[in-house]
Design a binder for this molecule. Sequence first.
Ligand SMILES: CC(C)(COP(=O)(O)OP(=O)(O)OC[C@H]1O[C@@H](n2cnc3c(N)ncnc32)[C@H](O)[C@@H]1OP(=O)(O)O)[C@@H](O)C(=O)NCCC(=O)NCCS
Length: 192
Amino acid sequence: MRPFTGTRQDSARARDSTHPIRGPEYPAAVTIEIRLAEPDDAAAIRDIYNLEVETTTVTFDLVPRTLDEQRRWIAGHSGGHPAVVAVAAGEVVGFGSLSPYKDRPAYFPTVEDSVYVRGDQRGAGVGAALLAELVRLAAGYGYHSVIARIVGGHDASISLHRACAFEIVGTEREVGRKLGRWLDLVVMQRML
Ligand SMILES: CC(C)(COP(=O)(O)OP(=O)(O)OC[C@H]1O[C@@H](n2cnc3c(N)ncnc32)[C@H](O)[C@@H]1OP(=O)(O)O)[C@@H](O)C(=O)NCCC(=O)NCCS
């Protein structure tokens, strides 16, 4: 399998040839490239991530990242725990990563994924392309499964993962609290 490079329309078509492309209109010539994250991507990744930290419950982080922290995060996501970005028309429009599932060493065959797409770019196949690339990389590294930990009720992320062959394997009830709400955590898993 090769890394995904294609138009948004290609991505949508590859997933479901009958599904109309939702969201904004894109010129057919716009190509999405998924590549490994580089130090210069830090500001774009930070901006996409911090908006979710500050305004939503999709991440359990409470404090926005600084540029230095984001640079360190990219540096820490290399080798077997990579970060990738989606680039369209020269701009980073989304990112994803594979992280260790848990610290204790016997968990080494498992990784946890993360996918974020810029608000104005959603619904056009970017998230699916990022997740497909993360799964491809995880399989290539020889991991046994990929876990997604998703805030309860987050239909977009649950559907995104289900469409990529993840299954719900459990729910942790009211394990988090943010923006005045109790947060469930839905655990999804794809065996490789
Ligand atoms: C979740 C997220 C990554 C999806 O990215 P996206 O680029 O909009 O997703 P895609 O266009 O590739 O859609 C892929 C599939 O995801 C599902 N999906 C995406 N958006 C959806 C929505 N709003 N409602 C229901 N399902 C949705 C669908 O199954 C879709 O397949 P389809 O188009 O064939 O129906 C994006 O909404 C996002 O970045 N949200 C904020 C960050 C976040 O929550 N990240 C996940 C943390 S666990």
